[in-house]
Design a protein around this ligand. Structure first.
Ligand SMILES: Cc1cc2nc3c(=O)[nH]c(=O)nc-3n(C[C@H](O)[C@H](O)[C@H](O)COP(=O)(O)OP(=O)(O)OC[C@H]3O[C@@H](n4cnc5c(N)ncnc54)[C@H](O)[C@@H]3O)c2cc1C
Length: 492
């Protein structure tokens, strides 16, 4: 008999989601993590000054309440989340910002002439929120299980991902607001990949909102670790796995690494034909992160932005699209698109009394080593004159530093794989179970696999459920509820 049932390489949200699921099914599970602290893209720490707690990677968590995994895990019952009244705001040059309130009707009213076009784009998706969440939380070839949601999202993605993307809008604010969300995909715009990702994310902004965990993203990791340990799982930190043969014997190995590293680490166990497919797996462009400790909130020209958890800073739709095209062409945009979050407006526990943190990142070509701090500050100053004077301290990471921090982010690609539509459909390969590899007992559980990036745990959950079925004969996934009864037992 094996010493262990399962080994998980990597303790990001997906790795831990996989480990929790396996442990809940009664398996013995050990997680190996190269960093000294678990959490992958969901760590929080004092990066600038004592008492200022910064989210090192992810900061805002629409999926913490919407993802089928976290709903099953009942994350919202285990940690405190705060949902800002404005999911995301988009400052504009004329002074008034475009605002996506959680309340769709308030957004519609605020958008004036484009309000009803916004409603017709999003209201049907919001009504179908659970199906859209399930559709965007699995492998797209499985989308046929949700034909109505697939059709609704698909038609809208075809419109916003094509030359038709301005046809419904009469003014500048609404298209800028949507472009800010579409740009999360780090893709040129308009494209299907950016439109599909942007529409799903924007829909969540009007459904359960874009919440922020009290205490930072590490609270999510804390909840997962507590559950894993309560069910007998263990985590070993400070262990980089370079070769699968170095691991203790186990029946299954689940990789929370990027797809390429999985093939390298699996070595001879991975059939050549599958390795050749993964060789065609491409990484996308990168990000550089910029964290600020502030003496006061950002002095936005439009003070309503102080009610927004997230901001997309980069001006009009045309300007944001131009910047993303520049990145896609391997150039640094002069006017960068900056993604920002202001958590201390909603969670004062993360900074000394009256002080604040600002989380930002900006898109750059893969592998860029340019420090963009000054460009980020200049872009924020454009919409918040005096911002520079509020900065107490700052720190940044280039793409190469991000990759050194977490090997999944090759060239600074924070999604561990490009965000093109093709790569969203075939992630990492075209399959209804893309978490299963061609090597027996080896599964891909990271955001290199469907459904892609985000703190949702869905790749880990799907990989674990597939492994349970394939290798342990467990057909009913275990309950993940805090004190719920276990519905599955270890087979064989
Ligand atoms: C700057 C930035 C901002 C982001 N913002 C958001 C956001 O606001 N909201 C959101 O939902 N998502 C956001 N994301 C994306 C999100 O963080 C990731 O999609 C998510 O963390 C992916 O989870 P994962 O478990 O697949 O991988 P990761 O979180 O990357 O975890 C992988 C883990 O595996 C470990 N590992 C890798 N290789 C090895 C090895 N060989 N041996 C041992 N350990 C190994 C790594 O150290 C890491 O801990 C952001 C990401 C970044 C970088």
């Amino acid at each position: 008999m094996s010493a262990l049932d399962a080994v998980v390489i990597g303790s990001g949200p997906n790795g831990l989601a996989a480990a929790v699921t396996l442990a809940r099914a009664g398996l013995s599970v050990e997680v190996f993590e190269q960093a000294d602290t678990p959490g992958g893209g969901a760590r929080t720490g004092e990066l600038t000054e004592p008492g200022f707690l910064h989210d090192l990677c992810s900061a805002v968590h629409p999926m913490a309440v919407a993802s089928p995994f976290f709903r099953e895990f009942r994350l919202a019952d285990r940690i405190d989340l705060v949902t800002p009244p404005i999911s995301y705001g988009h400052p504009l040059d004329r002074g008034a910002a475009a605002l996506a309130y959680r309340d769709i009707e308030r957004t519609v009213d605020d958008l004036g002439a484009d309000g009803s076009a916004w409603r017709s784009l999003f209201a049907p998706l919001v009504r179908d929120r659970d199906a859209v969440a399930e559709l965007s939380g699995t492998a797209l070839p499985r989308g046929v299980q949700h034909p109505i949601a697939l059709m609704r999202l698909g038609f809208r993605a075809l419109e916003q991902g094509s030359v038709l993307w301005n046809a419904r809008w009469r003014e500048d604010a609404a298209p800028a607001l949507l472009s800010g969300v579409m740009a999360h995909a780090v893709q040129p715009m308009p494209t299907l990949g950016s439109a599909a990702a942007g529409l799903a994310l924007a829909m969540h902004g009007h459904a359960a909102g874009w919440p922020i965990p009290i205490g930072g993203s590490r609270s999510i990791i804390g909840a997962l670790i507590d559950d894993l340990e309560a069910h007998g799982g263990r985590i070993r930190t400070g262990v980089t796995v370079a070769d699968i043969r170095d691991l203790p014997a186990s029946r299954v190995v689940l990789f929370d690494t990027n797809a390429r590293d999985m093939v390298r680490i699996a070595g001879e166990r991975m059939p050549d034909s599958y390795a050749a497919k993964i060789d065609r797996f491409r990484f996308g462009n990168g990000a550089s992160t910029h964290h600020f400790a502030l003496s006061e909130p950002v002095p936005w020209t439009d003070s309503r932005l102080l009610e927004a958890g997230t901001l997309h800073i980069g001006g009009s739709r045309g300007e944001v699209a131009y910047g993303e095209r520049e990145v896609a062409a391997g150039r640094l945009p002069r006017s960068p698109y900056v993604l920002a979050a202001q958590p201390t407006l909603f969670d004062p526990s993360r900074a000394p009394r009256g002080k604040h943190v600002l989380w930002t990142y900006t898109h750059v070509p893969a592998g860029s080593t340019v420090d963009r701090t000054e460009d980020v500050i200049r872009q924020i100053e454009r919409f918040a004159p005096g911002f520079r004077d509020t900065i107490v301290a700052s720190t940044s990471r280039t793409t190469r530093q991000l990759e050194a921090y977490n090997p999944n982010y090759v060239g600074g690609d924070i999604a561990a794989g490009e965000g093109s539509f093709t790569r969203l459909v075939a992630r990492p390969t075209l399959s209804v179970t893309p978490w299963r590899t061609a090597a027996k007992g080896v599964y891909l559980a990271s955001s290199s696999a469907a459904p892609g990036p985000g703190v949702h745990g869905m790749a880990g959950w799907n990989a674990a459920v597939t492994a349970l079925r394939d290798e342990f004969g467990v057909r009913t996934p275990p309950s993940l509820a805090p004190s719920g009864p276990r519905t599955a037992t270890k087979g064989m």
